[in-house]
Design a protein around this ligand. Sequence first.
Ligand code: ADP
Ligand code: MG
Length: 530
Amino acid sequence: MTVRFDEMELQAPIIRAVADMGFEEMTPIQAGAIPIVLSGKDIIGQAQTGTGKTAAFGIPMLNSIDPKVKALQAIVLCPTRELAIQVSDEMHKFAKYLHGVKVLPIYGGQDIARQIRALKSGVQVVIGTPGRVMDHMRRKTVKFDQVKMIALDEADEMLNMGFRDDIETVLKEIPEERQTLLFSATMPQPIREIARTYQKDAQEVKVIKKELTVPKIEQYYYEVRPKNKLEVLTRLLDMYSPKLCLVFCNTKRQVDELVSSLQSRGYFAEGLHGDLKQQQRDRVMNSFRNGKADILVATDVAARGIDVDDVEAVYNYDIPQDEEYYVHRIGRTGRAGRTGRAFNLVVGKEVYKLRDIQRYCKTKIKLQPIPSINDVTAVKAEKIFEKVANIIETEDLSKMIDLIETKVNEVDYTALDIAAAFLKQAIGSDLSGESIKEETTEDFGDTGAEKGMVRLFINLGKKQNIRPGDILGAIAGETGMPGKLIGSIDMFDKYTFVEVPREYASEVIQVMKDAKIKGKTVNIEPANKK
Ligand code: ADP
Ligand code: MG
């Protein structure tokens, strides 16, 4: 069931502004939260990034502002300056036709005297970081006595960043007969405690996971060795050349390392993680937004809540620790009905983590072979040919043709030589790349196994006193692959056939060659089809 904004009891100017923004239907968190806030109740709203939480609290908040009262009436607390600005921009758009309603972002790093002047001009809604709001509270440059609503945006993130005391100080200062709106992507215990202490009879709205998965995202994974990760990433970047993309790492150190490796290879990459100062964050985000950098490398926490449209691809350089993070990460692409792509670089046993992710997200992540240098070159050449075709069609090339003709007559090159040299120059970057020595998805041909499986021959059987359980135990034990993934085991007197999932076959063969079963050396190879 979908609900439109004009079906809500909202002031006409807000409905008009929302229509201008191109919003038609509400997102699930909005449909759930807005009626509750309008009814005057407290709320706990939980939904992932990118589901429209800003409007879920921002619209009913603005709806409640009395334009005639020139005093602070509502506060939004956000974890970072970046987010405060983002939320404030969106709120300004909602308030476009609301005459006499003033919205102001306040955050650290901005000239406080200017903020104080702005606050004195009759601002009704303040969007700020906890630290700066508290600062103004102490200076008495904001007064809370007429505040009737407060929203905590990205509450989990604010706690992660150590703002708990600040938040509580602010909450204690606001009149008790207020509405407290709490929004968060996750609901850890400390958030529950804040809710219990500072909210009254709060209604909970939780957007269930099924609605969180994003079908328009094509998801792939590549099996790589750690030392080849960088090379594989750059090939994928070259192959798909996304306009803007996000690369996720699990640690701050990895972010720094990857950014400098990419930069030294000539990519326009910038890094974002929790150690950066606000000013650095701003610089990075600005260069990403205005296209000076097209690759943003980030940790989960740093990327949280950042809203950039047009992210064409997400690369998981490291597989996320937590399944929920996967949803958050890939949700950054494929926005607004566009198709997005997500690429996962998987090392060894991480394939099991990937299985868990697929199960959790009810999604399919497809295995792909690592593109070869030739693949990358072919794709780049194709793109250049498209541009060239366009130039041939639309521009006058007679002067250029003259020049080339003269050159060809002068020297010992053919026109084809010259074209090839231009192409090489246009493709740029060294085409040699680094070689990747690894079998990714070896083609075992038809081994007579079930679909998706490879049938392996093992030179041990009943006569050697081996039982199916020994084979299962050895394979599971040596490779770490769960035993339940192993398929049928057919035992004969002197040999055995065992089926394993195709993507593990190489590893199983590799590992079992050096292993022993019941003290006996193992000979293992793909079976011939009967
Ligand atoms: P969240 O806070 O949950 O991460 P945002 O409030 O930042 O999400 O919204 C994400 C994006 O979706 C923004 O660009 C916003 O303008 C857009 N958006 C929000 N609600 C709607 C809607 N009902 N229809 C279309 N776009 C929407
Ligand atoms: Mg948000």
